[in-house]
Write a protein that binds this ligand. Structure first.
Ligand code: C3B
Length: 871
C-alpha cells in the first residue's frame, strides 16, 4: 500500500503503534483520558452523558484500529467489493451493539482473568459493565444516553442496518453508502390522542460514532446545461455538462464491527456543504447577504429524511438528495477503482453495487455518464459495464410507492442525465422491437418514459431493471408476485433468470443477544454453547426442539418471557407519565398482543383495533345479559393490546387510525365494569431502541396485511426469534415462516393473495356485505362511542369500508380474524403447555431468517463476492 512516510521513518511509527484496550484496567485508563482530553471534563463533572461519550470514544478507538486493518487487508487482497446504496440506514443505538460485536486482542489466558477480558462468548459487554461499575456508573444508564440514529422510516431502512452487520460478520469487503441527515425520522408525540411530529435533532450532543472525513469532499453539480459545441451532435458522444449550482459532499464514516471477527466495515454517509467557490456575479452586484444565503442553502440537501414509508411524494429536494448521494458515492467508488490501474472492462469484476429499492437508480445513469463523458468510453462498452455492476432490490408492488419523476423536473435538475436516460430507453426499446416486432402496446408499457399525454414521467423501477443484471424481491411470495404483476413484461423480454428471490433476514446479534439477554443466556446454556456460536450458525437452535415439551425447561422459558413482559410494563408506565397501565399481579396470565410497525392502511391496524372493539362489545354484552365477570373472564381472558408506529405526517387515514386506537384505549381502560380484563395502549415514538424492549415481550404479534401487499415484513421474524407467536395473513415472509416453524405454530387467517383482485373488483360494483360483528363495530364507532365530542370523527375509516370499495378487504377478513383470535385465547389460556411448546419450536426453527443467510445468498447469486477473512 502506498504511503508518504519515508522508509527510514516507518520504524518510529511502528514503535509507537496504537494499541487496543484489552483488559478492564486498560479500558478504565482510556475512559478517563477521554473524559479529560476529549470532553475536557473531570471526576467532578462527569455525568451519565459524559460517561456515555467517553465509553463510546474508547470503544471506537478499538474499532478504528480494526477498521484501519480491515481496509488495508481488503485493499491488499483485492477481492470484489460490494457497495450497498441505501437512502435509509435505521441503525438505532451503536454502543451496546459494539460491546457485543467488538473483539479485543488478548485472550483470557494471557492475563489469567477470565472475567476481565473478552473470551469464549463472554463479550466485551460484561467486561465493560464491571469496569463502569468500578468507575461509579451503571452500564444500563449509560446506554440509555445514546440517541437512536433514526436515519430511516421502517422496514427498508432497518433491513439495510441488519445487512451491514451481517456483511461485516461475514467478512465481506462491503461498504454502505447513505446520507447523513441532520434530522432523522421525526419524534412522535401523542397529544390528546393525535400524532404530533417534532424534529429529531439527533446530532445535538455530537456523535462519537462518526468520523468526519474533512479531506473527502466531492463537488456535486445541479442544473446548468449540456455543451456539445465541439462539433459533436450525438448525445452518445462525450458531452460537457456545465453545472449551474455546485455543492460539496463531505464524508462521515461509521465503523461497523462484525461479530466474532476483527473485520470492521464502513458506513459512509454524505453531508452537504457549501463550496468555497466565489460567485463573481453576486459579488459584483454587491449582494453579499444573498450570496451567503445561497451558500447556506446547500446544507438543506441533507437536512432531513423524507418521512414517507411505502409512498413517493415526488418533491424536487428529494430528487436532489438522490443525485447528490449517488454522484458522491459513485465518484468515491470510481476513485478507489482507478487507484488499482485495472482496465475499465474489469470494473464489474472488482465492484458490485446493490440498489436498495429504486431510490439510488440515478447511480446507473451517473456511472454511464462518468464512463462516456469523463472516461471517454464507447457508449455500448460503457453500458455493458454498467449492467454487469448493478443489481436492484424491489421492496413493494404498491403503485403509490413506485418512484416516477416528471421528465421536466429531471431534465431541469440533471440535463445530461435525462439525455442518457432517453438513450438507454431508445436502445432498450429497439431490442424489444426486434424481439417482439410491431407490438406497440408492449413498447409503451415497458418504456422508461411513461407517456401519459399531459406529463411525461421517468419510471425509475424500469430504469433500474434495464440497468441491472439481477432484480430480486424480498420474500418468495413477493418475488413471484413482481414477476406476474408489475414486472411481467420484463420477464417476457429478459427471461425469468434475471429475476430472483432473496428472502429478508434480521441480525440475531441485535434482535436476540442484545434485545433479549435473558433468552440468549437460556439458549446458550441449554444447547451448551457458551461461546454463543449459535449467533453465527442459527441451525444450532434446532437443539432446542428436544426440550419443547420438557416441563422444567418450559418453566424457565416462560420465566424469561415474564421478565421481558415486566420490562415492557415498566417502559409503558414510564411513557404513560408514571401511571401503570398493565396489572403486574396478573402479568403471567395476561396475553400481550402487539402490533408495532409503520401505520398504513395496507398493514391494517384498523382491522386490529376493530377486533379489539368487537372483543370489548362482546364483554359488555355478556355483562349486560347477566353474565358474571368470571364468565366474561373465562370467555375473554386477560389481554393487553399494544400498538405503536409512526404515520407519515401527511397521511390522513393513518393518523385517524392512531387517534381511534387512543380513543378506544381511553374508553376501554377506564371502564371499571370489565375490571382490567382488557387494556389498550399506544406506545408513542416507536423506534429501534424501543423495539428492543417491545419485541421480546410479545406473546402474540400481529402481521395482518392484506394478502399480497406486504413484500416481506421483518418484524415478524424478530418476534418469532424472541419466542412470540404470530397471528398473520398468508403474506410476505409469513409464508416462509410457516414453512420453517411449522403450520401448527402460527395462527394464519384471511383471504389468499390470488383472491384479492376478484374481491376488490366485486367491491366496486356493490358495497361489501358486512359481517354482523363488523357491522356492530362500525355502528358503535359511528355512534360516537369513542368520540363523544365529534360523532363523525372516524367516519372516513368506516366509510372507506362501507362505501369506498374496502380496498384493504377488512370486511372480507374480519370474521376469520376474530375466529382466529378466539383460537389464540383458547391455546394461551387453556393449554399453556401447548403454547410454550409452540413458542420453543418457533425459536428452534427460526434460523433461516438470520440476515447472515440472506447476505450469503446475495453474495453467491447476485454479487459473486467472497469474504476476505482476517488471519
Ligand atoms: C418495506 C416493505 O414494506 C416490507 O415488507 C419489507 O420487509 C421491507 O421493506 C424490507 O424489504 N418497504 C419499506 O420499508 N419502504 C418502502 N418504500 C418499500 C418497502
Amino acid at each position: 500500500i502506498e504511503t508518504k512516510i519515508p522508509v527510514q521513518s516507518r520504524e518510529l511509527w511502528n514503535k509507537h503503534k496504537v494499541q487496543k484496550f484489552n483488559t478492564s484496567e486498560e479500558f478504565e485508563e482510556k475512559f478517563i483520558s477521554h473524559v479529560e482530553w476529549t470532553l475536557a471534563r473531570s471526576l467532578y463533572n462527569c455525568d451519565d452523558l459524559a460517561a456515555y461519550q467517553a465509553t463510546s470514544q474508547s470503544v471506537r478507538d478499538n474499532l478504528v484500529i480494526d477498521w484501519n486493518k480491515t481496509q488495508q487487508r481488503q485493499t491488499v487482497r483485492g477481492g470484489k467489493r460490494v457497495y450497498y446504496l441505501s437512502l435509509e440506514f435505521l441503525m438505532g443505538r451503536a454502543l451496546d451493539n459494539a460491546l457485543i460485536n467488538m473483539r479485543t486482542d488478548t485472550s483470557a489466558q494471557d492475563v489469567g482473568k477470565t472475567d476481565q477480558v473478552l473470551t469464549k462468548g463472554n463479550t466485551s459487554r460484561e467486561m465493560i459493565r464491571q469496569a463502569m461499575k468500578d468507575l461509579g456508573f451503571k452500564l444500563e444508564d449509560i446506554l440509555e444516553q445514546e440517541p437512536d440514529a433514526a436515519l430511516g422510516n421502517g422496514g427498508l431502512g432497518r433491513l439495510a442496518a441488519c445487512f451491514v452487520d451481517s456483511l461485516a460478520t461475514g467478512n465481506f469487503p462491503a461498504w454502505g453508502y447513505g446520507l447523513r441527515y441532520q434530522y432523522g425520522i421525526f419524534a412522535q408525540k401523542i397529544i390528546n390522542g393525535y400524532q404530533v411530529e417534532t424534529p429529531d435533532y439527533w446530532l445535538n450532543f455530537s456523535n462519537p460514532w462518526e468520523i468526519e472525513r474533512a479531506e473527502i469532499q466531492v463537488p456535486i453539480n445541479f442544473y446548468g446545461y449540456v455543451d456539445r459545441t465541439n462539433g459533436e451532435q450525438s448525445t452518445l458522444a462525450p458531452s460537457d455538462w456545465i453545472g449551474g449550482e455546485r455543492v460539496l459532499a463531505m464524508a462521515h464514516d461509521m465503523p461497523i464491527p462484525g461479530f466474532k471477527t476483527s473485520t470492521v466495515n464502513n458506513l459512509r454517509l454524505w453531508n452537504a456543504k457549501p463550496t468555497t467557490e466565489f460567485d463573481f456575479s453576486k459579488f459584483n452586484s454587491g449582494d453579499y447577504k444573498n450570496s451567503v444565503e445561497q451558500q447556506q442553502r446547500a446544507e438543506s440537501i441533507t437536512a432531513v429524511l423524507y418521512p414517507n414509508d411505502n409512498f413517493e411524494q415526488g418533491k424536487e429536494l428529494r430528487l436532489k438528495q438522490q443525485y447528490f448521494w449517488c454522484a458522491a458515492s459513485l465518484h468515491d467508488i470510481v476513485r478507489r477503482f482507478k487507484k488499482n490501474g485495472r482496465p475499465w472492462s474489469e470494473f464489474p469484476d472488482a465492484i458490485a453495487i446493490q440498489l436498495n429499492d429504486t431510490h439510488p437508480t440515478l447511480a446507473i445513469v451517473e456511472l454511464q455518464r462518468i464512463l462516456v463523458d469523463l472516461e471517454k468510453l464507447d457508449w455500448h462498452l460503457a453500458w455493458d459495464i454498467v449492467i454487469k455492476t448493478f443489481a436492484y432490490t424491489n421492496h413493494t408492488v404498491m403503485q403509490e410507492a413506485l418512484e416516477k419523476w416528471p421528465v421536466g423536473l429531471l431534465g431541469h435538475l440533471l440535463p445530461r442525465h435525462l439525455e442518457i436516460i432517453f438513450d438507454i430507453n431508445w436502445f432498450f426499446l429497439q431490442n424489444v422491437e426486434k424481439k417482439f416486432p410491431h407490438d406497440m402496446e408492449l413498447l409503451s408499457r415497458v418504456s422508461i418514459i411513461e407517456d401519459a399525454s399531459s406529463d411525461r414521467q421517468v419510471r425509475m423501477a424500469f430504469l433500474a431493471i434495464i440497468g441491472s443484471h439481477k432484480v430480486n424481491g424480498v420474500a418468495e411470495l413477493h418475488s413471484d408476485l413482481i414477476k406476474t404483476t408489475i414486472f411481467q413484461d420484463f420477464v417476457k423480454i429478459y427471461g425469468a433468470n434475471k429475476f430472483t428471490n432473496v428472502t429478508n433476514g434480521i441480525t440475531p446479534r441485535r434482535w436476540l443477544k442484545q434485545a433479549n439477554p435473558k433468552l440468549a443466556q437460556l439458549i446458550s446454556e441449554t444447547i451448551n454453547d457458551p461461546n454463543d456460536d449459535y449467533l453465527l450458525d442459527m441451525s444450532k437452535l434446532t437443539e432446542l426442539s428436544k426440550y419443547a415439551e420438557d416441563a422444567g425447561f418450559q418453566k424457565k422459558w416462560n420465566d424469561v418471557k415474564q421478565f421481558n413482559k415486566l420490562r415492557l410494563a415498566d417502559l409503558i408506565k414510564r411513557l404513560n407519565g408514571g401511571v401503570d397501565v398493565i396489572d403486574r399481579e396478573h402479568i403471567r396470565n395476561t396475553l400481550f398482543d402487539i402490533q408495532v410497525k409503520r401505520i398504513h392502511e395496507y398493514k391494517r391496524q384498523q382491522l386490529n383495533i376493530f377486533g379489539v372493539i368487537h372483543r370489548y362489545l362482546e364483554m359488555k354484552e355478556m355483562l349486560q345479559s347477566g353474565g358474571s365477570i368470571e364468565e366474561v373472564a373465562n370467555r375473554y381472558p386477560r389481554k393487553v393490546s399494544i400498538f405503536g408506529g409512526k404515520s407519515a405526517p401527511g397521511y390522513y387515514m393513518a393518523k385517524l387510525i392512531i387517534k381511534l386506537v387512543n380513543s378506544v384505549a381511553e374508553v376501554v381502560n377506564n371502564d371499571a365494569e370489565i375490571q382490567d380484563l382488557l387494556k389498550v395502549y399506544f406506545i408513542p415514538d416507536y423506534n429501534v431502541s424501543k423495539a428492543e424492549i417491545i419485541t421480546p415481550a410479545s406473546d402474540l404479534s400481529e402481521h395482518i396485511s392484506t394478502a399480497g401487499t406486504e413484500a416481506s415484513g421483518t418484524s415478524n421474524m424478530k418476534f418469532v426469534m424472541n419466542g412470540g407467536l404470530i397471528i398473520g395473513t398468508v403474506d410476505g415472509a409469513n409464508v416462509e415462516i410457516t414453512r420453517e416453524i411449522g403450520e401448527d405454530n402460527i395462527f394464519l387467517f384471511g383471504n389468499l393473495s390470488e383472491n384479492v383482485d376478484e374481491l376488490r373488483y366485486n367491491h366496486q360494483f356493490h358495497n361489501p356485505e358486512l359481517p354482523k360483528p363488523l357491522k356492530r363495530v362500525l355502528d358503535t364507532v359511528e355512534s360516537g362511542a369513542f368520540s363523544p365530542q365529534n360523532h363523525h370523527e372516524f367516519k372516513p375509516l368506516t366509510d372507506s369500508i362501507k362505501y369506498h370499495g374496502d380496498y384493504y378487504l377488512v370486511s372480507d377478513d374480519f370474521e376469520s380474524y376474530i375466529a382466529t383470535q378466539d383460537l389464540v385465547d383458547e391455546v394461551y389460556h387453556k393449554n399453556k403447555k401447548e403454547w410454550l411448546k409452540k413458542s420453543i419450536l418457533s425459536v428452534a426453527n427460526v434460523g433461516f431468517f438470520s440476515s447472515d443467510r440472506c447476505i450469503e445468498e446475495y453474495a453467491e447469486t447476485i454479487w459473486n463476492a467472497e469474504p476476505v477473512k482476517p488471519e
